[in-house]
Design a protein around this ligand. Structure first.
Ligand code: COA
Ligand code: MG
Length: 309
């Protein structure tokens, strides 16, 4: 198999569930949920009076529940707020997989936190995720993603936040996400240019499964690797949409097999059932099969994709 880009973390991020750190009942549910990642929120879902209690909850939770197999991310308050410094100190103490920075406007918001983590000797595996949810964040998405390229950068992932963007701009929540699609695509383009990943925004109306499914389908079609979620009822659908289906796996395996045929080493294009397939599709196919394997390993499924191609 040729390389899976080393800059793309070999992690599943189909379903990224946000949970208010103040909600102990919801925290207790997490170990039974099948999401790929959990965002422990200290920011907007926790009132100012409850920030300290929310931090205490996380201290107790991290001591008791490691959540094996799930990526753990703590969303902190802005460092410029009254809570940011204590939140970041908690992150350094708990060493989650990543810290999620809210309302990132410019690259310095990311590099500043990177410097603070380095000063605190936080291990390099403690990564940074950035919420892109302000007009300036969208305008600067490319520069922010580019900051992830600098040596020692911890930036892994951008997460779009449409609730804040709609609040700031007045754009309405319309079917098909009319008018905000260019902003979403700008974020996808930015992460693609600099080897990062993008997570799609939350969908608020968690009882509307049909509209949620449509938005997941739109998100994967746009190039997002997964979706930020607010409710357990959204996990299964996000996992389904952001994971490859059987037809896509079979197609990817056919591409890998075609380029593995004797004599195909020097071919850059092949014919598969009347369709031109280029060598660049091989890289995509290998990524897809790799992802399918990760999913199969996670669910312990017996029917893993073929490995003999
Ligand atoms: N994570 C884990 N468990 C959750 C959860 C979440 N995000 N949201 C709900 N649950 C649990 C509830 O605790 C409840 O558990 P129980 O059956 O043991 O009582 C169960 O799922 C059903 O919840 P439900 O009654 O349908 O919803 P709710 O009224 O408890 O919560 C919200 C609704 C929207 C307040 C809640 O889902 C929530 O806070 N979501 C996250 C919000 C957030 O993180 N915002 C910031 C990012 S945008
Ligand atoms: Mg927000």
């Amino acid at each position: 198999m040729s390389e899976i880009s080393p800059s793309r973390p070999a992690r599943l991020r189909r379903s990224v569930l946000s949970v208010p750190a103040i909600n102990r009942r919801a925290l207790d549910k997490l170990s039974s949920l099948d999401c790929d990642a959990v965002i422990f929120d200290l920011e907007d879902s926790v009132s100012p009076e409850k920030k300290a209690e929310a931090r205490d909850n996380l201290r107790a939770f991290f001591a008791a529940s490691p959540l094996p197999g799930k990526e753990r991310i703590i969303r902190i308050n802005a460092l410029s707020s009254n809570f940011g410094a204590d939140d970041l100190a908690l992150v350094v103490a708990l060493e989650p997989d990543a810290v999620l920075l809210p309302k990132v406007d410019e690259p310095q918001d990311v590099t500043g936190v990177g410097d603070r983590l380095a000063e605190a000797d936080a291990p390099e595996i403690l990564r940074i995720w950035a919420m892109i949810e302000t007009p300036r964040g969208i305008l600067n998405a490319a520069a922010i993603a580019e900051a992830g390229r600098t040596a020692g950068s911890r930036l892994d992932c951008l997460v779009v936040g449409l609730n804040d963007l709609r609040k700031e701009t007045g754009v309405l929540s319309l079917p098909g996400r009319s008018y905000v699609v260019p902003w979403l695509m700008q974020v996808v383009l930015a992460v693609s240019a600099y080897g990062l990943e993008a997570i799609d925004s939350v969908f608020n109306d968690f009882r509307d499964a049909e509209a949620f499914a449509a938005e997941c389908g739109q998100g994967i079609a746009m190039g997002f690797v997964g979706k930020m979620l607010i409710h357990p009822s959204q996990i299964e659908m996000a996992n389904r949409h952001f994971g490859p289906d059987e037809a896509a796996i079979a197609e990817a395996e056919a591409v890998i097999a075609a380029f593995a045929e004797p004599g195909a080493e020097t071919l850059n294009v092949v014919n598969i059932g009347g369709r031109m397939v280029e060598r660049l599709h091989l890289v995509q196919a290998e990524r897809l099969v790799h992802k399918a394997r990760l999913i199969a390993q996670r669910s312990g499924a017996a029917a893993t994709p073929r490995t003999d191609v």
